[in-house]
Design a protein around this ligand. Structure first.
Ligand code: SF4
Length: 295
């Protein structure tokens, strides 16, 4: 598959978001070559009049100046140090990051500002930036979530055609946790009839515990228009026997009730003793740095 990279500077770095656990999102890239069949961003693409189908992930916008713009935005007196999410609408550690290092530069900028940062990724390349993550974690509340919905090789290969193997993510997680960085596992999306089998979910939780994950959570697949058509087409190709059940489950709604799956994963996390076991817990100073320096 050939990928086009469009170097297009941005005017603003932070986007305001509603109804999430963070107030701002930060995306150095638009589009994602990982091309997961279930990618929720396909729904945004459809709303923005861009193709959510097989063309998604073949043209990546690279916001070459994003770190400079971000630095200016975080220096404004009006900036309240609200939580920022890096990677809410694209993977910040997709292959382009190897060359452009924009996520790395953004982490440095956010770290210096003392603002809380939540990073979500499927990319083990993040280990490259262990130095800036360690430094930023000493100045600001930084946490990373590795998305690892399953360790099943067949499900991973068919649903995440462009990502690194889940075991590589676990190795990266271990390296970061051993360095004192806060890193958990997000089992999302759990796919009905596939990765929701109890033994498969337990495999992930057990491996997350072995790697030292500080926490684990789960969510079920949701299918909004744009994602739904693409996912169901891929399902028909790879697991045609599941198609009627999905059509029934998602006939009238995009979201399923995830209470049971979440409770199951919580119980597994308790069973395997997942908690923050870091030997070194990197944390920002109790007082804002500026005040400390001013004393
Ligand atoms: S890694 Fe994330 S953003 Fe990229 S295609 Fe997969 S779900 Fe979408």
């Amino acid at each position: 598959m050939s990928v086009e990279y469009r170097e297009e500077p941005c005017r603003s770095a932070l986007n305001r978001v509603q109804g999430m656990g963070f107030k701002w999102s930060l995306n150095p890239y638009m589009g994602c070559v990982h091309r997961c069949t279930f990618c929720y961003v396909r729904a945004f693409e459809l709303r923005a009049d861009r193709p959510p189908d097989d063309r998604y992930g073949t043209s990546i916008r690279v916001k070459t100046n994003i770190a400079d713009v971000l630095r200016k935005e975080l220096a404004r007196p009006s900036w309240q140090r609200e939580p920022i999410a890096l990677g809410a609408a694209t993977d910040p550690y997709q292959p382009a990051e190897g060359r452009y290092k924009l996520s790395r530069a953004c982490i440095e900028v956010v770290g210096r500002s003392g603002s809380p940062l939540r990073i979500i990724t499927r990319g083990p390349m993040i280990v490259r930036d262990i130095d800036v993550l360690v430094e930023a974690s000493q100045r600001a509340d930084i946490s990373i979530t590795f998305s690892i919905p399953t360790l099943d090789v067949d499900i991973w290969r068919k649903t995440e055609p462009g990502t690194a193997p889940p075991q590589q993510r676990l190795r990266a997680l271990k390296e970061l946790v051993d360095a004192g960085v806060h890193v958990g596992v997000g089992m999302a999306p759990i796919l009905p009839g596939l990765s929701d089998k109890p033994e498969l979910m337990e495999d992930v939780v057990r491996a997350a515990r072995a790697a030292g994950a500080t926490g684990v959570w789960a969510n079920l697949l949701y299918l909004k228009p744009g994602t739904k058509e693409h996912y169901l087409r891929a399902l028909e190709r790879d697991w045609p026997e599941l198609l009627p059940e999905y059509e029934r489950l998602y006939a009238r709604k995009a979201y399923l009730d995830a209470t049971e799956v979440r409770a199951e994963v919580r119980a597994l996390a308790n069973k395997h003793g997942i908690r923050d076991r870091r030997r070194v817990k990197l944390r920002p100073p109790a007082e804002p740095e500026q005040l400390t320096l001013a004393v």
